[in-house]
Each structure stands twice: as structure tokens, then as C-alpha cells.
Ligand binder design. Sequence first.
Ligand SMILES: Nc1ncnc2c1ncn2[C@@H]1O[C@H](COP(=O)(O)OP(=O)(O)OP(=O)(O)O)[C@@H](O)[C@H]1O
Length: 771
Amino acid sequence: MTTWNQEQQKEQKRVDQVIHKLADETDKLLEHLGGKKADVVQIRKNFWSDVTVNLEDADDAIETAASIKQQSELLSEIERSHTSAETRLKTYEKLKSSPYFGRIDFKEDGEKSAEQVYIGIASYYDEPSSTFLVHDWRAPISSLYYDHSLGEADYRAPSGNIEGQLELKRQFMIKNANITGMFDTGEAIGDDLLQHVLGNQANTQMKSIVATIQKEQNAIIRNTTSDLLVVQGAAGCGKTSAALQRVAFLLYRDRETIQSHHVVLFSPNNMFNSYVANVLPELGEENMEQTTFQAYVDHHLGRDYSIETPFEQMEELLSEKGDSKRVEAIKFKASVEFLEAIHRYAETLSKSGIPFLNVKFRDRIVIRSKQISEYFYSLDQKETVPYRMKKTVAWILEELKKIERRERKKPWVEKEIQLLDRNVYTRLYEKLEERNKYGADSFNDLSSEQKVLSAYVTRIAFKSLRESIEQFSFLDVKSLYAKLFQKNKRLIEDVNTWNEICNQTLFNLKQNHLANEDATPLLYVKELLVGFQSNAAVRHVFIDEAQDFSPFQFAFIQRVFPRANLTILGDLNQSIYAHASGETFSMLKNLLNKKNPETITLKRSYRSTKEIVEFTRSLLKDGNEIIPFNRSGDKPVIAAVEREEDHLNEVKDLVGNWLDKGHETIAVICRSAKESKDVYEKLKDNLDVRLMIDEDASFQKGVIVIPSYLAKGIEFDAVAIFDASGYQLERERKLFYTVCTRAMHELTVFYTGKPCPFIEGASENLYEVVQ
Ligand SMILES: Nc1ncnc2c1ncn2[C@@H]1O[C@H](COP(=O)(O)OP(=O)(O)OP(=O)(O)O)[C@@H](O)[C@H]1O
């Protein structure tokens, strides 16, 4: 037997031993859990009988409270240890199938021999031998595995820097407790395993990459020094993957202070949320909070306006209606200059000019906007506007109290009393009887009955008004925003289409419609006046696909999560929305004012084969910096088709071939949802295909037809681009690049009429042409 085989046998023996121990531990835990569960059920059952309830006098009441406290503390202690035992059990279950993926032998300076460190998704400590049989990949010593080749190496431990020699680095593939592959490598992370992993079929959900994290990705995952970490990287270089492993790392490192709900991920759409939802649970962690910026805007403005979604905006721009004037308006409204103009505007409002609305009750004006304005501007101007707004709310509520009292005698109140529900009447009666015990009037006394009922009716009638005042409904947000768009007062000199921008904005506002580009600035200017509703509990915010965030959105997130560190990940070459500034992320440093901002650039792309990356990077003006990972496949195919029927037939045949080859996730990517629907309708009778135009749908295996912008962030085994002749305008270059980079193994681009100018710019030896 060769030494390597012997070595593999030795390793398999160790795997067997570890798994055996894990099985024993699991049994013990199950027994312990059974006992605990019984304890909890017993305590819950006896909770009130074990507690001495005696409320006769003050001393007894104190004793009772103490008794309840003691019981509930006991209960929660048992529940706590039950939960942590359950978590451990889940971890053991995962380790039992694949206990680790790596081993390093590290000889610390001053030690006689090297320590063998096995690395897995969680640590496993063996009490009898007082050793870690598996180290968590996030433990300080595990960073040696990702960061160093053989030879001198060091890592940062809580006690300081530890130096020594890395003598061995071994990677394992272990499935169902069997070693199916094993490689020794001298590099940081050997390419063999990565080749194997990347060659697999795409999954409908993203996988964790802990076994093959690259050194440059590890720098993102383990960064602890920066409050603003910006990651710029090519399509498929692992930005999303690194972000998710970073969440897992932070949850592990700061486990005493941070839980999953202290971390928020902003992603491009809900489908993407479901696509990444499995990574953290796979690593034994709970998912962070996931949201989209649109969800935030809808939550705050959805009741008052019909808001255009980013997808609706995209559809319009991709249709014939999408003119360059609208694009210019969108860019203007997302610009840093507009943001600064809004700040200047808000400053002037501190002295005068805030538009207020009359406060109305039952269609009658009860407080005039002029009175509100006078009150607001009578307050000390040294105080902030949000503080004065809060004082104004308090003042209006006081005024409403007086008005409410006066209303009680009005005829409408009497009418409402007649309509009162019987149950309400009885409840009020009981309340009054209760009060009566203490010498108040009786309900039988007619005048006091009337008083109670009219007070009740008016209180209920004013309730929603009071609540809306607390939400600053007296602020005329529409006029506030509209005032920015005066034809004779250009906010920024070099906007050519200023008059059109003004007309369109004012027209939309009149209809209570908010174009997507107006929603965030309008909300922003409102919040500058009333104060941002912030969440200080959140400690880390991740923004994925950040190239499509406007400066407004960044500024918003910063204010809403004032204590959070930001990790911002994006690729400027994939800026597909018109509001994307196209600027580098360097403006974020000034905009966000965070400590130690750092930028990391990732250049190596892992998703697609070398041939696909070489082709896609040539679609960009400056794509040469993107480095493909060395995994080979077929060259992309450019297929010219003459007629629509031919196009559909060719797509159908191609997809059939791909299915025969074993590809499981296949996408026919169209430009718009409109085109997707059309293509789907024509394909569905001859092909098992699904239409994916709803961003709330979850991503599934099989063949899908999907619009370009929804495919952002996800990947497929094989991609067919439907009619690339549709991508003609320079502003669609990045959209075209984005859709082509979704392919892992195969890419075919069809076109019907005019060739796509971006392909024409690519060198002919990078693709095959099929006529
Ligand atoms: N170190 C790695 N080991 C294994 N697979 C990796 C690694 N890094 C990235 N990948 C794989 O590469 C693919 C692309 O990764 P990911 O989606 O994170 O890239 P991205 O930079 O977010 O891409 P895009 O900008 O195009 O959305 C995924 O399949 C991911 O699993």
C-alpha cells in the first residue's frame, strides 16, 4: 500500500473515532434533553401551585411576587440550557456527516512538536481528553488555514500574535462520514478542491464556502478594524459569499453581545433573500434580518402614495417609452448634489417656510396651518427642527384635548351615543360603578351617565386624529418636496432638463403618485424635519449589490442604523439602474463619515468558466483587470436567428440539449418582464418551463424565463440570452454584462436583427458563431 493510501486510512480512522464520540455525545444530550423537557413541562404545569399566591396584605404580596420570580427564573434557566443543548445537538448532527474539511499542523515557536488542528463548521471539545477534536473555522487559529502557505506563519490570538511554522495543510472532502477526497497543498487554499466545488451544478440556494475561502475573501470576512468596509469586485468573485461568511464570523466572534437580529442585510429583491437564506443555517447560525430598501420605503410612504417600484421603473426604461430625459431626471434625483441641495433647503426651513396643513376634525378645520406655523417658529431657533417638531406635536395634542372637551356637547355626539354597541354600554356602566365605590357619581344619575358616554364617544372619535398627529400628519410633505422644484429656481446649474423635471415631478405629486426616483428624497427631506426613526440595536448592516444604491439610500441607512458598522458590497460594472451614480464608491467615505474606512477589491472571478469570464469581461470598457479562475469549458456561443419562430425553436432545442447534459438550473434571460411573459407564453406548450417575474417567488430548479434585472445576484448552470439585439444603448452595456455573467458552465447569446454592439466590441476568438 502506498504511503498516501496509508495516510488516508489513518485519517479515515480518525474520522471514525470522532464520529463515534459525537454519536455518544448525541445520545447523552438526547437523554439530558428528554429530562429537561420533562422538567419544563412539570414546572409549567405546577407553576401556580408551587407559587404561594397571597395578596391579603403588602407583606404577603411581596412574598408572592418573590415566589413567582423564583419559579419563573428556574423555568427560564432550564429553558436556556435546553435551548443551548438543542443547538449543540444540531451542530453534532451536522458534524457527524462531515466533521471537518481541513487540517493544519502548526509548530508554535518554542514548542517541541506541531499541533494538529482539524477545522470544521463548528468546534467539538472532547472533555475526557481535554482537547478540541474539531476547531471552529472562525477560531483565531483557523485563520492560519486560509491565510498562509507552508512555512513561517502567524495568527492573532486574544493573548497576542502567535508565530511559528505551518508544516502541513490538508483538505478533505468527507461525505456521510467517508473521506471521498484528500489533498495536501502548499498554497493558501489549494485549487484542486476549488476546481471540484466550482465544477458542480448550480444550486437553487447559495452554499457556504467555508472549506475554500480564499485569502483575499478571508480579509473581508475577518475584518474587525473598519466601521465602513467597502468591497468592490467583479461578477462572481464571491462578494455575497464573503458577506454571508462574515455574518457567521461576527456572530461567532461577538457571540456575547451580538445575536442574529442585530445584523441586517439589504438585498436587491425578495427572491434574492430566499436564494441566500440557507447559508447561515448550513453553518449552524440563525439568519440575520433580511430586507430590501423598497420594503423600507413602502413601510413609510405606502399608505399615502402609490409608489413606483424599481422594477416598474426599469420596465419603463426598457420599453420604447424610456427616454433619455427620464434617465437624466433619475440621475439628478439620485445625485450627491441633490442630497446636498436638500440639506441646504432643510437648513433654511429652520427659520421659515415649513408648509403645514390645517388640522381637521369631521371635515372642519380645528387648528389652522397658520397657527401651527406661528407656534413652531415661536420656539427657540437654537433647538433642532426635529425637537421643535416634537414640541409642536405636544402642543397640538394639548389643543386637541381642549377641542375634544368642547365637542362633547355637540349634536353629533348625541347621535353617536344612540348608536353605541350594547357591550360598550355595559362596560362603561361597570367602570362607572367601580368608580362609584370611591364616591364618584352613579351611572343612574342621568347627567353623569351622559357625561361618561359623551366623553367616551368623543375620545374614540379623536383617537385616529391624535395618532396621525403623532405621525406628523400636520406637515405638508407634498408641498415641502414640491417647493424644491420651482422652474425659476434651478437647484443645480448644469441640469439641462430642469423645466421638464419640475413639470413631471409636480404632475406626479398632484396625482399622489411617487416615481421611484422621488420616493427616497421625499422621505429623506421629511425625516430631516421630523427626525429619523433610528434603530440603535443593530450593530452590522450589509448592503449587497450596492452599485444600485443611490447616495440618498446610503445616507438613509446610516441615519436609521446610527450604531451599525457598514459592509458595502458591489460591482460598478453591474450598475443596472438609472439612478446608480456610476461613481466609484470613494464618495462613501465623505458621505458616511465612519471610522477607518477600508476598501477591498476582488479581481478573481469564480462563478463562470474561464471562457465565459474572458468573453464577459471583454463586453466592458475596462474589464481586463478581471481574472478568471482556471476552470475550462466551452466558449460562449453567439447565435444569429432570422425569424421569431426560429428563435423560439432554437431556444427550445438548446434547453433540451442542456437538460440532456444534466444541467439543472437553466435560465432564458429576457430584457424585460414584458418580453419574458411573451417568450414564456410561446415556449410553455413545448417545454417544461416557469415564468419568474414576481420578485417574491422563490428560486427553484428547472428551466425559467426571467427578466434581466431580476436575475441580478443569482446564477445558473446554463444561460440563454434571448434576443440580444434589444441591448443597443450605451446605458444597457452593464445590464448586458450582468445577464451574461449569470452563467456558470454554458452561455448562448441569441440575436435576431441588429447585432449587439457590445459583442461586436469583443474579440472574435472569444466566442463561437452559429448561424
Ligand atoms: N472561495 C470560494 N470557494 C468556493 N466557491 C466560491 C468561492 N468564492 C466564490 N465562490 C462561488 O462563486 C459563485 C459566485 O459567488 P457570489 O455569488 O458570492 O459572487 P458575487 O461577487 O456576489 O457575484 P455577483 O456580483 O455576480 O452577484 C458562487 O457559486 C460561489 O459559491
